[in-house]
Write a protein that binds this ligand. Structure first.
Ligand code: AMP
Length: 112
């Protein structure tokens, strides 16, 4: 079982800031911006490459959860970035699909 599956099951503590029936959002333990929250589907999927073609709804829920949270905390107007890392070259370290919501400062591009 992955670390994030254990957070979903409340077996490992996390700073949870968002929850609905399908998605959990919690603060990244090593924040890269003033706002850095991870949104994960409660249903386990390794990453975007592991998504089945009929799981578009699952990713859509994760995106909308992050969108709603960004509005709620007041960074929708200033802006934010959503990131989905996949496998080694993508920098993925935890193999339970997660969306990074980053904001609260000017984010640079390209990320490097
Ligand atoms: P990724 O590199 O895209 O797989 O992102 C994994 C993220 O999980 C990293 O940004 C880590 O800082 C974060 N992380 C690792 N352990 C924890 C934890 N226990 N609670 C919250 N975030 C974590």
């Amino acid at each position: 079982m992955t670390l994030f599956a254990k957070i979903i099951r409340r077996e490992i503590p996390a700073d949870i800031v968002y929850e609905d029936d399908q998605v959990l959002g919690f603060r990244d333990i090593s924040p890269q911006a003033p706002v850095h929250v991870l949104f994960v589907p409660k249903q386990a999927v390794a990453n975007t490459d592991g998504l089945a073609d009929d799981q578009a709804e699952l990713v859509g829920r994760v995106v909308l959860a992050a969108r709603n949270y960004a509005r709620q905390i007041g960074i929708a107007q200033s802006g934010y970035r959503m990131v989905l890392n996949t496998n080694g070259d993508g920098g993925q370290t935890v193999y339970h699909l997660h969306l990074h919501l980053l904001g609260g400062r000017q984010l640079h591009w390209p990320p490097g």
